[in-house]
Write a protein that binds this ligand. Structure first.
Ligand SMILES: [Fe+2]
Length: 266
C-alpha cells in the first residue's frame, strides 16, 4: 500500500485535523516524526510527511454476502478496484502538500471544488463511496426497514413500496457508471432518492447519505452479467442493511430537525 514520505505513519485510519473548518486553507501543522517514546514536532525545514489513507475492510468476511454477492466479486471489487482508488489517491497526495491533513469527508468536498474538481477528486470520492457502500450491506440484509427509517420513508415517499420503486428505477435508468443513494436533504428535511454519475458523491451538495448502491459494472458483472435488474432487486431483498440505515438516520437527526419526536401516550 501507499507509504509516507519518511515512513512516519503506518496506521490504516485517516489522518484528521481537529478544528478544520469550512473554507479550505492549508493547515498550519507542526511536522511530526516518531521516535520510541512517541510523536514529536520537527523543526521547520525537516523532511515532511504526507497524508495517508488506508484501505478499510468491509465489516464482514469476503464470503459473507454469498450467494447474493460472491467472494470473487468482493475480492475483485474491494481487493482490486477499491484498493486501486486508495493507492491512486495516496500517490496523488504525495505531490500535494496543500491537501495534507484532511479527513476523507473534507478531502471529497475540497477537491470537488464547487463543481470544478481537482485531479484528486475521483480517487478521493471513490474511496469514500466504497467505504460507505460496504457498510450499506450486511449478511442477511434486505427485507423491510423498521422504526424511524420506515416512518420517515412512509412520510416522504408515501409507502415503502413507492420508495423501493423509485430506488430501483433510479438504478436502472442511470446512464453509464455511477451510484444510487437514499439521502437526507438538509434544507428540505426529507429523504430523497438520487443518482450520481461516475465518482460523484452527495456529500458535495451537503446531502446526508443513508444508503448507497454501486452501479458500476464491476459491482455486478461477475455475478449477474448484464442483468442489472436482478442485481438491484437482490440488493433490496437480501443485502441492504437497514440496521446501518437506522444508525445513520439517528446520527443525521442530530443535524437535521425532522420534527417533534413521537411521545408514546400511556
Ligand atoms: Fe465499485
Amino acid at each position: 500500500m501507499g507509504s509516507c514520505c519518511n515512513g512516519a505513519f503506518s496506521a490504516s485510519s485517516h489522518l484528521s485535523v481537529t478544528g478544520f473548518s469550512q473554507g479550505f486553507k492549508s493547515p498550519k501543522l507542526p511536522r511530526l516524526s516518531k521516535r520510541q517514546d512517541g510523536w514529536f514536532a520537527q523543526p521547520p525545514g525537516a523532511s515532511r510527511i504526507c497524508a495517508y489513507y488506508g484501505l478499510r475492510t468491509p465489516p464482514y468476511k469476503l464470503d459473507a454476502l454469498e450467494p447474493h454477492m460472491s467472494q470473487r466479486t468482493l475480492e475483485m471489487h474491494w481487493g482490486g478496484h477499491h484498493r486501486n482508488y486508495v493507492e491512486g489517491l495516496n500517490k496523488q497526495l504525495e505531490k500535494s502538500e496543500i491537501l495534507y491533513g484532511c479527513t476523507l469527508d473534507e478531502l471529497v468536498k475540497v477537491t470537488y471544488n464547487n463543481g470544478n474538481p481537482s485531479p484528486e477528486f475521483n480517487n478521493a470520492a471513490q474511496v469514500w463511496n466504497h467505504d460507505f457502500f460496504w457498510e450499506s450491506m450486511q449478511p442477511g440484509g434486505g427485507s423491510m426497514p423498521e422504526l424511524g427509517v420506515l416512518q420517515q420513508i412512509e412520510k416522504d415517499f408515501g409507502s415503502y413500496t413507492n420508495f423501493r420503486e423509485k430506488f430501483v428505477e433510479a438504478a436502472l435508468t442511470l446512464f453509464g457508471s455511477g451510484w444510487v443513494w437514499l439521502v437526507l436533504k438538509r434544507e428540505e428535511r426529507r429523504l430523497a432518492v438520487i443518482k450520481t454519475s461516475n465518482a460523484i458523491c452527495p456529500l458535495v451538495w451537503d446531502d446526508i447519505p443513508i444508503i448507497s448502491l454501486d452501479m458500476w459494472e464491476h459491482a455486478y458483472y461477475l455475478d449477474y452479467k448484464n442483468d442489472k435488474g436482478k442485481y438491484v432487486n437482490v440488493f433490496m431483498n437480501h443485502l441492504v442493511s437497514w440496521n446501518v440505515a437506522m444508525a445513520r438516520m439517528a446520527r443525521a437527526e442530530a443535524f437535521v430537525n425532522l420534527g417533534e419526536p413521537k411521545i408514546p401516550i400511556a
